[in-house]
Design a protein around this ligand. Structure first.
Ligand code: AP5
Length: 211
């Protein structure tokens, strides 16, 4: 199965992709994570990416597409994968079929902008294993410590409210048209992402099991 999860920043793409990846045995490919790995390793590319990502703008299509093309060759992608954060504009959507062929479904996780600032300011992620938490909606057992690996929980530098507002603008102007692009192909599943995490994943899993 080849899936795309689309939705505004903080819609829950990463959270749901981790759950679905375990349930269906699919690789979870987050282009945001691929780019953050470059920044963390301070590669020449990473140094270039840092300021773009901290500002909430989009990285150029050729850089992201190249990272995706490499990642998709890995063994864990043989049974299929979930793309989280790609495509981010119509040009990436047009290029995607050349990289991965036909998609099975595009899941549009809908959440109103008003809910997003609170979600983002409460997000914490593990610097070690990447597990995702929220101080209110999905808190770790011990504050600041990852339940899974004991790693330290961190706040993303692009989750500051002003940057989140810019990321939402970028989403509405550049990424939302991708949903229309896939609507025309008849492969979009819409999900209400404002419900609690386990309700969203239950609904999504049931819909995907019917495919
Ligand atoms: P990326 O990492 O992809 O960020 P994003 O799309 O802005 O999405 P997020 O990861 O912030 O949110 P999410 O939807 O995954 O939500 P999450 O599950 O974490 O991209 C970062 C940057 O990289 C971009 O700005 C850009 O610069 C660059 N980039 C990446 N891909 C690119 C591309 N293709 N082209 C160009 N540039 C690219 O949830 C958020 C919080 O809410 C968590 O705390 C979670 O616990 C909580 N939560 C989740 N679901 C629920 C729920 N149902 N109820 C309550 N709380 C919930």
């Amino acid at each position: 199965m080849k899936l795309v999860l689309i939705g505004c920043p903080g819609a829950g793409k990463g959270t749901q992709a981790k759950i679905l990846s375990k349930h269906f045995g699919l690789a979870h490919i987050s282009t945001g994570d691929l780019l953050r790995e470059q920044v963390k390793s301070e590669t020449p590319l990473g140094l270039k990416l840092k300021s773009i990502m901290e500002s909430g703008g989009l990285v150029s299509d050729d850089i992201v597409s190249e990272l995706l093309s490499q990642r998709i060759k890995a063994d864990d992608c043989k049974n299929g994968y979930i793309l989280d954060g790609y495509p981010r504009n119509v040009s990436q959507a047009e290029g995607l079929s050349a990289i991965v062929g036909e998609l099975d479904r595009v899941v549009d996780i809908e959440v109103a902008d008003e809910l997003i600032i609170e979600r983002m300011s409460g997000r914490r992620s593990c610097g070690g294993c990447g597990a995702m938490y929220h101080v209110k909606y999905n808190p770790p057992k011990a504050e600041g410590i990852c339940d899974s690996c004991g790693g330290k929980l961190i706040t993303r530098s692009d989750d500051a409210p002003e940057t989140v507002k810019h990321r939402l603008d970028v989403y509405h102007s550049q990424t939302a048209p991708v949903i229309d692009y896939y609507n025309k192909k008849g492969i979009v599943l819409k999900i209400d992402g404002s419900k609690p995490i386990d309700e969203v994943s239950k609904e999504l899993t049931e819909l995907l099991e019917k495919l």
